[in-house]
Design a protein around this ligand. Structure first.
Ligand SMILES: [Zn+2]
Length: 125
């Protein structure tokens, strides 16, 4: 009997797609059938579908840390490029970069919360 070597690779791809869907839609790390967000970034305490206890102590400030890291890199590069090319006044920087910081932070923190919950859920198995 010849064993196919493609099966584990195929399984790996489907797992990655599943993780991607969990991150995009904010699905439960355990059952992946329902969103675990109460509000945009506020998490529920327990998954209403499978009873998975969402323990925020596992991820700590990880999501906020990654959000600040990515946002600060993007804004620092943007400020550098804007300043070297156009040399605008300070009020231009303030009116551009404060909204960018808030928008990027709200966009980035939600996927990182789910990603870190998925990683902590997988490491406990
Ligand atoms: Zn669940």
């Amino acid at each position: 009997m010849v064993q196919s070597t493609k099966e584990p690779y195929k399984e790996q791809i489907s797992h990655n797609i599943s993780l991607f869907k969990k991150i995009i839609y904010g699905l439960c790390p355990s059952c992946a059938s329902i969103s675990i967000f109460k509000y945009y970034i506020k998490l529920l305490g327990v998954c209403p579908n499978c009873g998975y206890v969402i323990n925020l102590d596992k991820i700590g400030d990880g999501a906020a840390w990654f959000t600040m890291l990515i946002t600060s890199i993007i804004v620092a590069v943007g400020v550098y490029i804007l300043e070297t090319i156009f040399q605008p006044d300070l009020w231009v920087h303030i009116t551009i970069w404060f909204p960018v910081i808030f928008i990027l932070s709200f966009l980035i923190i939600r996927p990182f919360k789910i990603l870190l919950l998925c990683i902590s859920n997988k490491s406990n198995r």
